[in-house]
Design a protein around this ligand. Sequence first.
Ligand code: THU
Length: 128
Amino acid sequence: MRNKELVREALEARKQSYCPYSGFAVGAALLCGDGTVFRGCNIENAAYPATNCAERTAMFKAVSEGNTDFREIAIVGGPKGKEPKDFCAPCGVCRQVLMEFCDPDRFLVLLCKGDKTWKEFTLAELLP
Ligand code: THU
């Protein structure tokens, strides 16, 4: 799968975001070695620590379906109902969960603004 398609998957995933408290909608698309893509969105809760980020939703879906061979993730976030204007980087907890399953020098993180603009980082660059 090309990066552009993975970014589009993240934008689709974002539409399912449940974010009534922050109003900040995030979508993620996780590409696995066998070509499977797992989508995730943020799922908030009135008790804030119970909130799950989009990235972890995608990762936990993958692991719970038996897939731990992670290759690349696209992430897109911004105010709900609006086109994302800024790059949304994964939080520390999500970076740590990625580290559990990825080779930090090979795994790619795509931070996206829209379906045409994204920046690429290795996990090692985001979690030195
Ligand atoms: N959030 C994510 O889902 N992923 C990120 O990379 C950053 C933050 C969510 C958590 C919360 O629902 C909202 O965005 C505001 O922080």
